[in-house]
Design a protein around this ligand. Sequence first.
Ligand SMILES: *Cc1c(COP(=O)(O)O)cnc(C)c1O
Length: 416
Amino acid sequence: MTPQLPDNLDRNACAALDGEDPLAEFRDRFLSDGTTIYLDGNSMGRLPKAALPRLQEMAEHEWGTILVRGWTESGWMESPLRVGDRIAQVVGASPGEVLVADTTSVGLFRLMTSVLRARPQRRVIVTEWSNFPTDLYIAQGVAELVGCEVRAVERDSLRDALDSDTALLMLTEVDFRTGARHDMGALTEAAHAAGALVLWDLSHSAGAVEIQLNHHHVDLAVGCGYKYLNGGPGSPAFLHVATALQEELHNPIQGWLGHDNPFLFDSEYRRASGIRGWMSGSPPVLAIGALAVGIDLQLEAGAPAVGAKAGLLTEVFMRLARSRLGPLGFEVATPAEAERRGAQVSLRHTDGLAIVRAVGDRGVVGDFRPPDLCRFGLAPLYTRFVDLWDAVERIADVVESGTNRLAQYREEVAIP
Ligand SMILES: *Cc1c(COP(=O)(O)O)cnc(C)c1O
């Protein structure tokens, strides 16, 4: 599937890759000003054009006219389950295993708490010290709440950290700093061998690479709606609970919509079976409507094609970065092996923050993560290969045009 890259990777070669790209037509399905090279879809995905009429229709017709009957007639009540089932297809899970709800942070809280409560004889959550901060903060809070320990170790020590005390291995599949991708299958197996469950955060994976939750026997997962899934600002997150665990693990936030029959208005909580039991309160219907548009685009493109293009985009960007930017003090921080990275390339540079700002003013949007990482998210649905060529040229130009130009940005970004 992966085409051979030519030795002479120039702008024409990039244009040729665009010509052969089976996903090329998806670019036009997103709103764009036609000039900005947007390499920050790993922070906030672009707006799918079809979301505009959909939001208009939901507001005007469903909210404006149907009003309260919309909960049933417009399918609002079922939307977290319906869209969850579509996300399940994106991440290789089964229908009835995924729910759209809350934020990734809250989903992490709910899942971690449920595991620690279900397995009282095991009191440790194993994770990676460089995990995304919210994952660590939530784990620390859960540990305080339920009385357990967070064992946060270096990436290389994860397997050794698993033991008979471990309740849960909680990891983010694709690292937000470097784009490094864990071996989900091997680590899940290692956790299971120690008698622990696994919880994967797919925030930087869903919509970026191909994910096979069921194939790897993953127990639990969460992920973000507003990054590569293009659900928009405030987009809800999703949570996944494998069918085999749905009896054992219980939603710690027992709200009325997770009740077996909410409209009896019973005084006693009776948990709904299946993923519905993970509902708590009223779903964010308009936001779920927007997210559904992004999910439909992912399904139309197909996860294998999305993952293959991510591999090729990152390969091209890293090759261009090594040859053109290496001599200018940049170092590629993203793994060279395609299976070991997401759809992101990070470049280390001592002047990283000033460079990202300066390049941003020249129409190339990336972002910066301390201490020295320039991050570029190469969202497969709307990034072209020529964009990568042009971005690398502009980055080079900013650095080559000299210290004077960067000095102004350095002052702006100076951290006291
Ligand atoms: C973006 C991201 C989140 C976001 O959490 P929210 O609660 O949805 O803001 C969580 N975890 C990881 C790994 C992320 O990259």
